[in-house]
Write a protein that binds this ligand. Structure first.
Ligand code: FMN
Length: 293
């Protein structure tokens, strides 16, 4: 059975989420989580608030689940500075985001835009492997930007670096997060990668057996967050998430925003689908809490 990793979902699988839902994360069989990306830009100090999101989880309970911090950048030197900050915080692994599909990010040559600049991608891989050490730096990537063949063409260059893993979201950036995953292309990458390959894209937790042999891991994000809504303790967990978020955030607006984002994932469950039409209109956290058990 290959290893199950929690996907980074910016604004969703954040520290407070990882803490409140630790037991559900463990029960689902995850061996660890990738944290949402932190940008690295030249001349800009690493933001303490973003680094503070990287606490091991659960707090005060051993053993904690491994957390892999992630960087998004096109600047090798700025990335090195951020990787050093990760190391100072006790992390011995880090991941580079070459998968983000948002047009503004791609146009600026970051995220999946790195697939268009192979020399720069290599410079980042070289810097990452040197800074973290062999087998301690990983790459999360799409099949391509427009074409699903981009990654395959780059693979001989990526294979030069001793990565902890190559996580492949088996869609192009153009597809964003919807549409068919390309399992055939994924299987080609798997066969030709010199590094361990993690599958990402459409894995439902109960269908992991369908993946090709040789996959070293599976990364799951949205399916796990959606499944939380079907748990018998979903209401209690939502209340705990509100309480934890109130400790961290100032005022109702950001707490409410966080809860609405979570509940929007739970609409596959009929009860939450019915509640969602009211939840999305709530203007205070107390209004939202009055709707749940
Ligand atoms: C709201 C949202 C935020 C995301 N944030 C990140 C991120 O910070 N870093 C990253 O590598 N991928 C990010 N992704 C992509 C996911 O990690 C994952 O590749 C994608 O959702 C497909 O996997 P899934 O269907 O299992 O969720 C994000 C996706 C979503 C929907």
């Amino acid at each position: 059975m290959c290893k199950l990793w929690l996907a980074p979902l910016r604004g969703v699988t954040i520290r407070a989420f990882r803490e409140v839902f630790t037991e559900a994360i463990r029960e689902a069989g995850f061996v660890g989580a990738f944290a949402p990306f932190i940008p690295a830009n030249p001349g800009i100090r690493v933001c303490d608030r973003l680094l503070a999101d990287l606490e091991p989880f659960p707090r005060d309970v051993q053993p904690s689940l491994p957390l892999v911090p992630q960087v998004i950048t096109k600047h090798p030197d700025a990335m090195r500075t951020l990787l050093r900050a990760f190391r100072e915080r006790g992390f011995d692994r880090a991941d580079l985001n070459a998968g983000c599909p948002f047009p503004m990010i791609v146009r600026r040559g970051r995220g999946s835009g790195l697939l268009r600049t192979p020399d720069l991608l290599e410079a980042l891989l070289a810097a990452g492997c040197e800074e973290m050490g062999p087998g301690k730096f990983s790459l999360k990537v799409r099949l391509g930007v427009e074409s699903p063949d981009d990654l395959r063409a780059l693979l001989p260059r990526i294979n030069r670096y001793p990565l902890a893993a190559l996580t492949v979201h088996a869609r192009t950036a153009r597809q964003m997060y919807e549409g068919e995953v390309d399992r055939a292309r994924f299987a080609e990458i798997l066969a030709e990668s010199a590094n361990p390959v993690i599958y990402n894209g459409d894995a439902e937790l109960e269908r992991l057996g369908d993946l090709p042999d040789g996959v070293s891991g599976v990364m799951v994000g949205r399916a796990f967050v959606r499944a939380l809504g079907a748990r018998a303790d979903a209401d209690a967990l939502l209340r705990a998430y509100v309480a934890r978020s109130r400790e961290e955030l100032c005022g109702d607006v950001p707490v409410l925003g966080r809860m609405k984002e979570l509940v929007s994932y739970w609409c596959a469950v009929p009860r939450w689908r019915r509640l969602w039409s009211v939840v999305k209109l709530c203007r205070t956290v107390d209004e939202l809490l009055s709707l749940v058990n």
